[in-house]
Design a protein around this ligand. Sequence first.
Ligand SMILES: [Zn+2]
Length: 194
Amino acid sequence: MKFDSPLFDRIRVKPTADRLKQRTCPACQWPGCARDGTHRAPKGRQAEGEYFFYCLDHVREYNQSYNYFAGMSDDAVYAYQKDALTGHRPTWKMGQRGETPADGTRDPFGFSHEMGGQPFEPPREESRAIRTTERRALELMGLELSATAEEIKTRFKELVKKHHPDANGGDRTSEERLRNVIQAYNALKQAGFC
Ligand SMILES: [Zn+2]
C-alpha cells in the first residue's frame, strides 16, 4: 500500500479538518446542547469583554432573557438554564434569598427577592372589592354578615317569591328589586357563600 497516494490524503484530510474545527469552535454552553457554539453572547454588566458561546437557537434564547442573566455568575446562569429544561417553578411563591420554605421549593438566585420577596396574593384593591360586593349582597337580601349558606338560600327563595312580577301585578319596581336580589345571590354563590 502506498501511503503517499492522493487517495490516502483525501481519506486522511477529513478527520484532521474535523479536529481543527472542534478546536476553533467551542461547543454550545447551553446545558444539554451538543451543537457548535458558533455565536457569542456577552456575559453582562460585571463581565465586560467576556462571552458565552451558544448555537444560534440558544444565543437567541439567551438574548431574550438577557436582563435576567446580566451580572449573574456563570454558575447561576448555567443552573437557571438547566432548571429551564424541566420548567421553572413559579418564583413569586418563594421566600427570601437562600431560604428553603416549608414546601421544599428553593430560590437559590433570589429571584423572589428581586421581585420584592412577597408571596403572591391578589391585588389588595381587588380582594377588598370582592368583600364589599358580598357585604352589599347580604345587606340587600336583609341578611347578617354571618349568614349561613342555608339562610342565604332560604332568604333567596322568599325574596324571589315576594318580588316576582307575577306576584305584584307586573310592578316595575318589584321587577327591579328581583333583578337586584338575583344579582346579589349570584355574587354570593360565586364567592362560595352558598
Ligand atoms: Zn445550543
